[in-house]
Design a protein around this ligand. Sequence first.
Ligand SMILES: Cc1cc2nc3c(=O)[nH]c(=O)nc-3n(C[C@H](O)[C@H](O)[C@H](O)COP(=O)(O)OP(=O)(O)OC[C@H]3O[C@@H](n4cnc5c(N)ncnc54)[C@H](O)[C@@H]3O)c2cc1C
Length: 426
Amino acid sequence: MLYGHISSYYSASANSAHSWPFLQGEICTDVCIIGGGYTGLSAALHLQQQGFNTVVLEAERMGWGASGRNGGHVGTGQRAGQETLEKIVGEERAKILWDLGLEAVDTVCGLVDQFEIDCDLKYGDLHVASKPLHATELREEVAMLKQKYGYEQVRYVDRDGLKEMTSSKRFYGGMLNEGARHLHPLNYALGLAKAADELGATLYEQSRVISYSGKDEILINTEAGSVRARYLILACNGYLGNLEPRTAGKIMPINNFMLATEPLGQDLASSLIRNDTSMSDSLFVIDYWKLSGDNRLLFGGGENYSSRFPSDIKGFVRKYMLKIYPELENTRIDYGWGGTLAITLNRMPHIGRLQPNLLYAQGYSGHGVPTATFAGKLIAEALAGTAERFDVMADVPTHTFPGGTLLRWPGLVAGMLYYSLRDRLG
Ligand SMILES: Cc1cc2nc3c(=O)[nH]c(=O)nc-3n(C[C@H](O)[C@H](O)[C@H](O)COP(=O)(O)OP(=O)(O)OC[C@H]3O[C@@H](n4cnc5c(N)ncnc54)[C@H](O)[C@@H]3O)c2cc1C
């Protein structure tokens, strides 16, 4: 297992054991970034390419947060569907957001290619309908994406067609998206860290930021050191805690859980997912799964909204997996783990500025592999003087959770439990 990371299939199969020092004493830089996940590392990498000197301060290890623990699905578009986006921002902006979502996937692929990141990058996603109504909706969505958005890499798969793609008999139809990708999330994050480092970024681990202040120049403090910077980027997402009350009320940290089975034989593995795509279902509390490079099933299902993880994560997730693949009843579960992500009320990321030289990006709502990577790129563009695309994302309205920073939990928990009950009632 990679030292300092949680125990998971990902840390057990991580490529690199490279570590970075903790910050001691006072240093100066152009840009200080708090958080060493996709947002922070992508920002550092792209800022270095734009000629800025950057420092990344990570409280634990690079990729320790959601970026090193997630399902590895690299979805197209935005987390909110296009129809919803059209209602929120109008058709013209919705189209721009769709295109930015496609560019986000291309950005991930481009970085993997350019920096030769070994992270099992593969093609395709099959999103399946858990209820008959959802199948109708998927069919309509496919038609809409083709006709209105000119997106041809997607097709509807009916119930008979699904039999060729998965052994699960639970689903009523599906949307096959050949523009989506999937990957090993921690190896992708570690690859970004290595690339940022090679481009000259200065990375610190075990360096939790405890406070910051200042206008033209910002002073950022850890226990053992400090950074003076012209710009500060907040990239803490679900792990923000109380560091920045002005952005905390816009996001809700929630915990999501995954397991990895033992390696499955080739025949069993390809009966679960015939074409090695990622898969996900259409429930509100979404189940998502894919095969690992060594043919394990990596399955995500179930979430909670407390400060604690379930004591038996493997058992907690396994019950969701068995509903979809009862044939895995006797399959050994080797790893179970959880992570914290941040959601927003409308499922669109919350991106913006708290002051001209203090930017933030958070709340990717389960779509952060492409979107957080892309947010880092947009931050770099904005600091280099081309803020149009950053502003398109920043202009999407976001709402404060009822109860704000302190009292958002009870409302969210009631809401989430209501929807997960609807999942179960059919
Ligand atoms: C179980 C799970 C499954 C998911 N599946 C998918 C998926 O399949 N596809 C998808 O697109 N998205 C998925 N997501 C969401 C995705 O992982 C996140 O949106 C993305 O990783 C966010 O990246 P980030 O860099 O913003 O945040 P993180 O990766 O969480 O990084 C934030 C970092 O900030 C650090 N930090 C916090 N406070 C401080 C401080 N005071 N000082 C210094 N450092 C600090 C933390 O230690 C952490 O490492 C999933 C998330 C989880 C938890």
